[in-house]
Design a binder for this molecule. Structure first.
Ligand SMILES: C[S@@+](CC[C@H](N)C(=O)[O-])C[C@H]1O[C@@H](n2cnc3c(N)ncnc32)[C@H](O)[C@@H]1O
Length: 245
């Protein structure tokens, strides 16, 4: 039987979303330093205005949502975890982000209402990613951008993203990630094509193998300075964007 993804983990993080260094959430927090400016830069290539409607689906505690909230005028975040949203709201310095408790399979936004929709580190947390992609596409305006970050499905990703993580960060709970929900890039591209999202660019995303990385491995903690870079092979994590036709 296939293991069930442990999404309940996010309900118990509280402030640890932003503070823990001995928890896998610290790896996600480190990733945002590479992902957030990258998303912002791509948005800037397609839109000259900051007056945009943006939805971050599966937003967690608002790592990307709050960042975008400081730059764009109408930013919304949706997540199924009420306690994570509480942290997201507290950490929203602008107090302008519109956070909603909800389910990504039924988004509470109007059809063709968004300029940008993000699903970061999220599609591998749902059993039916294609249904979520269909919803994201539904709410996008023609010409709007869909951003995603997820994990490839292969032996190496099982070994590194699941097994190595469980060893590296001792507080990693069972089934934080499950292999069968990882998505091959070509599968994702097909799902997007079916739902009128034209694939534009896709890149690998991986840790920088520098001193902070090796120090973190030795300490088995995510030390400050643990960095990710965008580019390179798409064998493990990958990030990309598509445009609504
Ligand atoms: C790995 S976290 C990603 C958080 C955020 N996107 C980020 O990159 O920091 C996955 C999030 O998906 C949320 N989630 C899982 N299933 C969901 C669903 N069906 N609808 C909405 N949110 C969901 C969890 O509560 C969790 O906050």
């Amino acid at each position: 039987m296939k293991p069930k993804i442990n999404n309940d983990y996010y309900n118990h993080l509280g402030e640890s979303w932003y503070t823990a260094d001995n928890d896998p959430i610290a790896v996600l927090r480190a990733e945002q330093n590479a992902k957030n400016p990258w998303v912002d830069q791509i948005i800037g290539q397609f839109f000259s205005s900051k007056d945009l409607k943006i939805a971050d689906i599966g937003c967690g505690a608002g790592f990307l949502t709050n960042y975008l909230g400081t730059r764009y005028s109408h930013v919304s975040g949706l997540d199924a975890s009420a306690s994570s949203l509480e942290v997201a709201r507290e950490r929203d310095q602008t107090k302008t982000v519109n956070y909603s408790l909800g389910n990504a399979y039924h988004l509470p936004y109007e059809t063709a209402s968004m300029d940008v929709v993000c699903a970061m580190d999220f599609l591998e947390h749902v059993e039916k990613p294609e249904d979520v992609i269909a919803e994201c596409s539904r709410i996008l305006k023609p010409g709007g951008l869909f951003f995603y970050h997820t994990f490839n499905r292969n032996l190496l990703s099982w070994l590194i993203v699941i097994k190595f993580m469980e060893w590296f960060v001792p507080n990693t709970p069972k089934n934080l990630h499950v292999l069968h929900l990882f998505i091959k890039p070509n599968e994702l591209k097909l799902m997007m094509t079916i739902h009128k999202l034209q694939h534009l660019e896709i890149f690998g995303i991986a840790p920088c193998f520098d001193l902070a990385f090796f120090y973190s491995i030795i300490r088995r903690r995510v030390m400050s300075g643990f960095k990710f870079k965008i580019g390179g092979p798409k064998l493990l994590g990958y990030i990309g964007y598509a445009r609504k036709i």
